[in-house]
Write a protein of this length. Structure first.
Length: 218
C-alpha cells in the first residue's frame, strides 16, 4: 500500500529443531565413540517423570503408516537445572546403555540395571552406584552414576564439547510450586570421599580437586 512503511520483522530460528537436533547430535556422537555405531535409531523426548532423570522404553511408538516400532529415550529437563552439559550427557549415555542392552545384549527380565548393564557402563567410563557415591550398589531398579575421571565417556564428551555443541533449555520454576525444604544436607565427593560441604538439599556443588559433582551423603 502506497505511503505505508514496511515493518521489518527479524526472523528467529525455531527452538524446537535447535534443541532436539542437539540431542540427536549428542546421541549420534556417543553412539559412534562408545558403541561403535551399533545403537538403533530412537525417538528422543523430554518427559517430566517424578524421581527420574531419564528412562528407556522399548517399542514405545508405532509408525502411523508403516507401523514400524520405535524405542523411546526420555530425559527429564527438571533434572537439568544447575547441571553442566557434561552431567546431562552422562544421563543420556546412561540411557544409551539400556538401548545397547536391548539391541545387542540380553534385555533384563526383572532388574532394570543388571550386571551386564553395569559392566558396560564401567567399561565406558560411568560408575553405577545406588547412592551416587563411591561404594554404592552397582545394580538395582533405581540407579545413579558418576563420571570416572579420564574414562571413555569423559574423553568422548571432551570431543563433543570441543565442537561447540551445547543444549539450550532446562525446566523453569513454575509459580506456586515449592522450592524445596530449607534443611541442611551434607554433600561428599564420590571420587575422593574427602571433600564435604553442607547446604540445602537442592544445592549443586563440585569438588574442586576432582572436578565432579558432589553427592548427598548416605
Amino acid at each position: 500500500m502506497a505511503g505505508k512503511s514496511k515493518v521489518q520483522v527479524r526472523k528467529v530460528a525455531a527452538i524446537t529443531p535447535i534443541e532436539y537436533s542437539g540431542l540427536q547430535e549428542a546421541y549420534d556422537h556417543f553412539n559412534k565413540e562408545l558403541f561403535d555405531g551399533e545403537l538403533p535409531d530412537v525417538f528422543i523426548t523430554y518427559q517430566r517423570k517424578a524421581r527420574s532423570l531419564g528412562y528407556f522404553s522399548a517399542d514405545r511408538f508405532n509408525g502411523r503408516l508403516d507401523k514400524t516400532g520405535r524405542h523411546e529415550l526420555a530425559l527429564n529437563p527438571d533434572g537439568f537445572i544447575g547441571e553442566s552439559d557434561k552431567e546431562i550427557c552422562s544421563t543420556l549415555v546412561h540411557e544409551q546403555h539400556h538401548v545397547w542392552q536391548h539391541a545387542a545384549g540380553t534385555a533384563p527380565k526383572r532388574c532394570y540395571h543388571d550386571r551386564q548393564w553395569a559392566a558396560a557402563m564401567k567399561a565406558n567410563g560411568l560408575q553405577p552406584t545406588s547412592t551416587g557415591m563411591v561404594g554404592g550398589r552397582e545394580t538395582g531398579q533405581h540407579m545413579d552414576h558418576y563420571v570416572i575421571p579420564g574414562g571413555r565417556f569423559e574423553q568422548a564428551y571432551d570431543k563433543l564439547a570441543a565442537s561447540k555443541w551445547r543444549l539450550n533449555l532446562e525446566s523453569a520454576h513454575r509459580p506456586g510450586t515449592q522450592k524445596g525444604p530449607s534443611s541442611k544436607t551434607k554433600f561428599t565427593c564420590p571420587q575422593c570421599g574427602e571433600q564435604n560441604v553442607w547446604g540445602k538439599p537442592d544445592s549443586r556443588v563440585d569438588c574442586h580437586d576432582c572436578k565432579i559433582r558432589m553427592r548427598p551423603a548416605a
